[in-house]
Ligand binder design. Structure first.
Ligand code: ADP
Ligand code: MG
Length: 284
């Protein structure tokens, strides 16, 4: 039977916008020594704004209509920025597919459109000016019918709450703070430095994130992973405590998580650990 104190703990957590999916996780969070976090949407706002559009097409509006046609069918934060900037697409895209960790692909007016990171274009054998890779912001590269057609520069912001989260986690004795991201490594390192994280890895595919968490699990006692995206569900399942950020979170992440944070505040990770610690004092 479950000791009564655990119900108190679950209630206290819920009043703080934290959903524990089982009493055992109240105990597990107290044993964490490593917290691994996703970047986009977890430590950063995940709300990108288009800063610049650059295209080889004579008509920028036409270029944008091809891009939004495919991006309007994607739920990725990057895609939402593009759609918010360019408005409703004038043309319909068909056969749109997400390429996890890369971008999207679809057909517009019978032409194949790719929109995503440099890796996506390389995967499809599209060459582009590699100076784009050095841009210190997220970029959406676009190819039409197998040729580079232009790119958008978009920017995201670190959440004000992320700094508080790092501080609170350190004071609770978390030894290792790690960030994993599919975004460009140059941006990932910039964010990690600003937040003073211990380690950060960029340019990761969903399966690379899984491998990294497996590696950390082998080295440490208890590992938590915190993420919000569709691509985060596998790592959430694999970690000792899988945490989904519910603010912008995808259904898949929320479903597989052990703990759900219903706001977009990463500092709630620390709150969850505190509640676990207090519950333990009551129970024992
Ligand atoms: P993360 O959330 O850590 O950035 P993801 O695996 O969700 O990782 O995405 C990795 C990268 O793939 C993004 O940073 C972006 O560059 C690119 N990407 C993913 N989906 C899209 C999309 N719909 N449109 C453009 N780029 C995308
Ligand atoms: Mg993400």
């Amino acid at each position: 039977s479950i000791p009564l104190g655990y119900f108190g703990g679950i209630g206290a957590a819920s009043r703080n916008g934290i959903l524990f999916k089982g009493a055992n996780f109240l105990d597990q969070v107290t044993q964490l020594d490593t917290v691994v976090m996703d970047k986009t949407g977890t430590l950063t706002e995940g709300v990108f704004e288009v800063q610049k559009v650059s295209t080889l097409c004579p008509d920028e509006q036409e270029f944008l209509s091809y891009v939004t046609a495919v991006e309007s069918l994607s739920t990725h934060p990057v895609a939402q920025a593009v759609t918010a900037y360019a408005g409703k697409p004038e043309v319909q895209a068909t056969q749109v597919q997400e390429v996890p960790g890369h971008g999207v692909k679809g057909l517009v007016n019978g032409r194949e459109v790719l929109a995503g990171n440099g890796k996506l274009l390389r995967q499809f054998g599209v060459t582009y000016d590699t100076s784009i890779d050095a841009i210190p912001d997220t970029t959406v590269l676009v190819a039409i019918d197998g040729s580079y057609a232009g790119h958008l520069v978009i920017a995201d912001k670190i959440k004000a709450d992320a700094t508080a989260a790092v501080k609170a986690l350190r004071s609770l004795g978390i030894k290792r703070l790690v960030m994993l991201s599919g975004d460009k490594d140059s941006i990932v390192q910039k964010v990690a430095k600003e937040l003073q994280l211990d380690e950060a890895y960029g340019g990761l595919l969903p399966q690379d994130k899984v491998a990294k968490v497996e590696e950390l699990k082998a080295q440490q006692k208890k590992v938590a992973f915190v993420g919000d995206g569709i691509n985060d569900a596998p790592v959430i399942t694999l970690s000792d405590v899988g945490i989904a950020m519910g603010g912008l979170g995808s259904d898949a992440a929320i479903e597989t998580a052990d703990v759900v944070i219903q706001t977009d505040q990463p500092s709630k990770i620390a709150t969850a650990i505190s509640v676990g610690k207090k519950t333990k004092q009551v129970v024992w």
